[in-house]
Design a binder for this molecule. Structure first.
Ligand code: ME8
Length: 644
C-alpha cells in the first residue's frame, strides 16, 4: 500500500442552490486535511462535486421551470467560483451527470446483478424526498395512517409503493459489525460510531436501490424502467472519480483507492458508515480508512440548511472579511465533535483578537522594529539565551502536539495549541523588550528567536490560512514551503536559519464591531435563498371568464419554418371544430397527439402565428423531467364539455 498518498473526499452536494456556509465547511475541512498532508510531502487527491440526480433535484427543477440538467448546470459555476475564492484546492470536481460516472455506475449495477447481490421485488414504505431516504421501521413509530416525520430533517414523508431492485444489505450485518470492532477509529469522532453499531445490531433490512416513479437518474442497463436510487448513484462517485470500472484508468484507481479520509456532516453518517461499506464489500473493494463526521453549523439553534431558508452566503463573508479569516474562524471555532452556532460577532472578535492582535501585530512589530534598527537580515545564531532556548523547546513540543491533533483531525484543538504558543512568543517578545536593547548581538538574537517562531507558526498554519501565512512567510524571506516533509524538517533542523526581513502591510485589520457586523448581517438577513414569485389572487368572477373545454385532436401537423409550433384540428363536439396552434413541437411529434383528448382555453382571442390563425390554447405542464405533459381528463369525456 502506498503510504505516501492521501485521498480525501467531501460529500457531493445536491445541486439545488449555490453553496452555503455548511457546504463550505465540509469542503474546508477536506482542504485543510489535504494541505496538511501535502505539507508532509504526500501526493494528494482531493475530490469534491455535486449530486445531480433523483427526486429532490427533479422537483426543484420543476419548481424553477427548468429541465433538470439545465437546472443543475446553473449551480456549477457558483460552486467553482466560491471554492476558488476560499482557496479550496480540489483535484477533481465530479458531477453525477458526467457520462463517465453514469457508465461506471451502470457497469457496477450489472456486476452486482451478475453476482446475485441485488434482486427485484416490491417496495412499500415511507420516503423523505429532502433527504432522499427510505425510512426504516426504526425511524418512526406507526401512528395510525398519518405520514411519519423524517427523523433527520423533521419534515413530513410520503408513501411510496413501487417495484424495486433491492441490495442484499442484511447479508452484510455481521461483516459490518466485525469491521467496526476491528476498526474502532473508522469514524472520527469515535463516539459517532456507537450510533452506527447500534443501528446495525438492531437488524439490517435489504436496501431499495432503484426507483420506477422517478425518471431523473441513471437507468438500469437492462431494465430501463428502473433508475438507480440517488444514494447508490451518489456514493459511487468516490470511486468512479478516480477511475473505477474505467479500463483506461486502472492504475489511477489502484493508486488512490481506498480513500484515506471521507469528510461529511453527521446527517449522512448512516449512508457512509453502513450502506457505502456494504456496497464496497459486495464489490470486493477495500474500505475507506476513516470518516470525519462533523456536527452542524447552526443559526439561532437551528441547523443551517437550504430548505430551512437560513443559510449564510459564503460569498458575502468572503467580500466582507476575506477567505483566510473565515477559514480560520470556521476551523478554530467549530469543534468537529459538536454543533456550533454561527455568529458574525464572534467571527469579527476573533479576527480582531486572534488574527490582527496576536498574530498580525507580532509580525508587524517585530519586522518594523528590526528594520528601524537597520537589521534587514538575521544571521545564524550560535549562542541562544536561556529564554530563547526555552522558547525553542516550547516550539518543538508544540509542533508535536499540533501534529498529533492535525493527524486526528481535531483541527480546533490544533489551533488552540498553536495560539497558546503564539501567546508565549508574544510574552517572550514583550519580556525581552527589544526596543530597549542597546546590545546589537542581543537584539539580533531576540529578533531571530521571534522570527524562527513565526516561521514555525506560518508553516503549521498554512493548511488553515494558505494566503495570509504565505504573506507572513514572505515577509521573513520564505517563498516556498511545499517539498519533502516540512513538519519533520521543522522538528529536525533546529533554529539555524537566516532570515531576510521585509515590511508588508498588516496581515489583518481590526474590525469595529458596531460598523461591520451590522452591515454584513443586514445583507445576510435581506437575502432570502429562494425568491418565490408572488401569487396574485383572482376572484371567482375572474375565473368564470375563462372557458376551459375538452376536445379531441383529430389532425395534427408541423408548421413550416417553425421548430416550435404544431397545427391541431380539434373536435369540440357540439361546439364544432377549431384550428389551434400549440408550441409543443420539441416535446411531441404530430402522431403522438392525434386521437388524444386535451383541455383547451376556448375563449382566448384568436391570434395569428406564422401566418396561421389559432383559436384557443392547449394546456400543458412541465413534469419532473423537464418534459411537457398534455393535461387531459383522467377518463374520456364528451368533446365540448366545459370544465367547472
Ligand atoms: O446530503 N453544517 O447533500 P447536501 C455543517 N447529496 N455542514 C453542513 C450543514 C450545516 N448546517 N449543512 C450541510 C447530501 N452541510 C448528499 C450527499 S454524498 C455521496 C451525497 C454539509 O447538499 C455536510 O457535509 O444535503 C452535510 O453532510 C452535507 O453538507 C449535505 O449536503
Amino acid at each position: 500500500m502506498n503510504k505516501n498518498k492521501f485521498y480525501v473526499t467531501t460529500p457531493i452536494y445536491y445541486a439545488t442552490a449555490k453553496p452555503h456556509l455548511g457546504s463550505l465547511y465540509s469542503t474546508l475541512l477536506a482542504d485543510v486535511s489535504a494541505r496538511w498532508n501535502r505539507l508532509q510531502g504526500k501526493k494528494v487527491f482531493f475530490l469534491t462535486g455535486t449530486d445531480e440526480h433523483g427526486q429532490k433535484i427533479a422537483q426543484a427543477a420543476q419548481k424553477a421551470g427548468l429541465e433538470p440538467k439545465l437546472f443543475v448546470d446553473s449551480f456549477i459555476e457558483p460552486y467553482r467560483r466560491i471554492w476558488k475564492q476560499y482557496h479550496l484546492d480540489y483535484t477533481y470536481f465530479i458531477r453525477t451527470t458526467d457520462p463517465e460516472h453514469i457508465k461506471a455506475v451502470q457497469t457496477w449495477l450489472l456486476d452486482l446483478q451478475k453476482k446475485g447481490e441485488i434482486y427485484k421485488s416490491n417496495y412499500e414504505g415511507w420516503y423523505c424526498t429532502p433527504c432522499e431516504t427510505f425510512l426504516t421501521d426504526k425511524d418512526f413509530k406507526a401512528e395510525g395512517s398519518q405520514a411519519p416525520i423524517c427523523p433527520s430533517c423533521g419534515r413530513s414523508t410520503s408513501f411510496v409503493s413501487e417495484e424495486s431492485y433491492f441490495f442484499k444489505l442484511s447479508k452484510y450485518q455481521d461483516r459490518l459489525l466485525e469491521f467496526f470492532k476491528k476498526n474502532p477509529n473508522f469514524v472520527v469522532p469515535k463516539e459517532r460510531l456507537n450510533e452506527v453499531v447500534n443501528f446495525v445490531e438492531s437488524g439490517l433490512k435489504d436496501l431499495c436501490i432503484s426507483r420506477t416513479t422517478v425518471q431523473w437518474g441513471i437507468k438500469f442497463p437492462d431494465d430501463e424502467q428502473h433508475v438507480a436510487y440517488v444514494w447508490a448513484d451518489a456514493l459511487l462517485n468516490y470511486v468512479t472519480a478516480i477511475g473505477y470500472l474505467n479500463d483506461t484508468k486502472k492504475t489511477d484507481f489502484e493508486l488512490w483507492w481506498p480513500a484515506d479520509l471521507q469528510v461529511m456532516g453527521k446527517d449522512i453518517l448512516r449512508f457512509h458508515a453502513i450502506y457505502w461499506p456494504a456496497f464496497l464489500m459486495a464489490s470486493d473493494l477495500p474500505m475507506p480508512k476513516q470518516l470525519l463526521v462533523h456536527g452542524w453549523i447552526k443559526i439561532n439553534q437551528q441547523k443551517m440548511s437550504k430548505s430551512f431558508g437560513n443559510v449564510v452566503d459564503p460569498e458575502l463573508l468572503y467580500n466582507a472579511y476575506g477567505a483566510d479569516a473565515v477559514r480560520y474562524y470556521l476551523v478554530s471555532q467549530m469543534a468537529i465533535t459538536q454543533d456550533a452556532e454561527f455568529s458574525l460577532e464572534a467571527l469579527e472578535r476573533h479576527i480582531s483578537t486572534d488574527l490582527a492582535n496576536d498574530l498580525g501585530n507580532l509580525l508587524n512589530r517585530m519586522v518594523t522594529l528590526s528594520i528601524k534598527n537597520g537589521l534587514l537580515e538575521t544571521p545564524i545564531i550560535s549562542n541562544w539565551s536561556a529564554d530563547s532556548e526555552n522558547l525553542k523547546l516550547e516550539s518543538l513540543a508544540m509542533i508535536k502536539e499540533y501534529s498529533d491533533y492535525m493527524d486526528k483531525c481535531h483541527y480546533h484543538m490544533a489551533l488552540s495549541t498553536l495560539w497558546k504558543f503564539i501567546s508565549k512568543v508574544n510574552g517572550y517578545f514583550h519580556a525581552q523588550e527589544p526596543w530597549k536593547i542597546k546590545d546589537k548581538e542581543k537584539f539580533t538574537e531576540v529578533i531571530s528567536a521571534t522570527t524562527h517562531s513565526l516561521k514555525t507558526i506560518g508553516i503549521l498554519l498554512w493548511p488553515v490560512m494558505p494566503t495570509k501565512t504565505m504573506e507572513l512567510l514572505d515577509s521573513i524571506g520564505i517563498e516556498e514551503i511545499i517539498g519533502g516533509n516540512r513538519i519533520e524538517k521543522l522538528l529536525d533542523e533546529g533554529w539555524n536559519s537566516k532570515f531576510v526581513l521585509k515590511q508588508f502591510p498588516p496581515l489583518f485589520q481590526k474590525i469595529d464591531p458596531q460598523v461591520s457586523a451590522e452591515s454584513v448581517l443586514g445583507q445576510i438577513k435581506k437575502e432570502p435563498e429562494i425568491t418565490v414569485p408572488e401569487t396574485k389572487n383572482i376572484d371567482i368572477t375572474d375565473f368564470a371568464k375563462v372557458e376551459l373545454v375538452v376536445g379531441t385532436i383529430e389532425e395534427c401537423e408541423t408548421v413550416q419554418k417553425s421548430d416550435k409550433l404544431l397545427k391541431l384540428q380539434v373536435n369540440f363536439g357540439d361546439k364544432g371544430k377549431r384550428q389551434i396552434l400549440s408550441g409543443v413541437r420539441k416535446s411531441f411529434a404530430p402522431e403522438d397527439l392525434i386521437g388524444r383528448q386535451a383541455i383547451f382555453v376556448y375563449n382566448l382571442a384568436p391570434r395569428s402565428m406564422m401566418g396561421l390563425e389559432s383559436h384557443g390554447m392547449m394546456l400543458s405542464a412541465v413534469n419532473a423531467e423537464g418534459k411537457l405533459e398534455i393535461i387531459k381528463p383522467e377518463h374520456p369525456v364528451i368533446n365540448g364539455t366545459q370544465l367547472k
